[in-house]
Ligand binder design. Structure first.
Ligand code: MN
Length: 269
């Protein structure tokens, strides 16, 4: 297995290196990550911009590492197509300091990096820890390694894109592991009035605590103390909302075809 480890908290984030260390027994590990924190940039791509990639020395000997002056998605694309040296089998993103659940999954740079890995055809896992301070990376690193290991022995399909969140605390804090869909609530949507260093009044968008959510969602599961696995792209295909959208699309298509036929009759063609 050739495993790319990336994140959105930046190349020096401890969670990144805890994740890289957990991957070492599973195969070849390459680390490519943004050179600074990029939380909340989602799947942003720096189109048409010169991108520097600096080879750096990380805390793990023999693990090649690059810092990219760009987004998490840029880092993964550069890794996959230019830096990794040999084809990747898995992209693992994290371990993010802070949960990425519910609607915030879409704006998460941690998830955005994994999504780019998925788009490049790699098994992709985003891992986040719902801790604010004093993170214990061990349970998240362990779980991520078990998922990649499961992929290595074909127990999971290659075209899987998983978002993984763990409650704060050590192994003893995890009360179960459950597969749950993303909630339709947001934690990153609070706007506060803010004064900058020059005394200018403005605003700041801040993260709040996990919102209340319906039972059976990722947010709910995390609040219960579960480690939560949320399959992102693959799960959608069997989702009732997908079928509703498909039904609507068929209705719209039928309307469009009827409208065209009526217009053709009126003009006598
Ligand atoms: Mn982050």
């Amino acid at each position: 297995m050739h495993i790319l480890v990336t994140n959105d908290d930046g190349i020096h984030a401890p969670g990144l290196w805890a994740l890289a260390e957990a991957m070492l027994p599973l195969g070849q590990v390459t680390v490519v990550a943004p050179d600074r924190e990029q939380s909340g940039v989602g799947t942003a791509m720096s189109l048409g911009r010169h991108l520097h990639a600096h080879r750096i020395r990380g805390p793990l000997d023999d693990v090649p590492a690059w810092a990219v002056e760009g987004s998490p998605g840029d880092a993964v694309l550069l890794a996959s197509q230019a830096l990794a040296g040999s084809p990747l089998d898995a992209v693992v993103s994290g371990i993010n300091l802070g949960a990425n659940v519910g609607n915030d999954t879409v704006i998460s740079g941690t998830v955005g990096a994994a999504l780019q890995g998925f788009f490049q055809g790699h098994f992709a896992v985003a891992v986040s820890l719902a801790a604010v301070r004093d993170p214990d990376w061990a349970p998240a690193a362990w779980l991520a390694a078990r998922l990649v290991e499961a992929r290595a022995r074909d127990a999971l399909p290659r075209d899987l894109f998983l978002n993984v969140n763990l409650p704060p605390g050590g192994f003893e804090a995890v009360r179960g592991i459950h597969v749950l869909p993303a909630a339709e609530t947001s934690a990153v949507d609070a706007v506060e009035e803010h004064v900058d260093r020059k005394g200018q009044a403005g605003y700041m968008i801040v993260r709040q605590g996990l919102p209340e959510s319906q039972p059976g969602t990722d947010v709910w599961g995390l609040r219960q103390g579960y480690a939560v696995l949320t399959p992102l792209r693959r799960a959608l295909a069997g989702d009732a909302r997908w079928q509703a959208l498909e039904a609507l699309a068929q209705d719209l298509w039928a309307g469009m075809a009827w409208g065209e036929a009526a217009a053709a009759r009126e003009t006598g063609r």
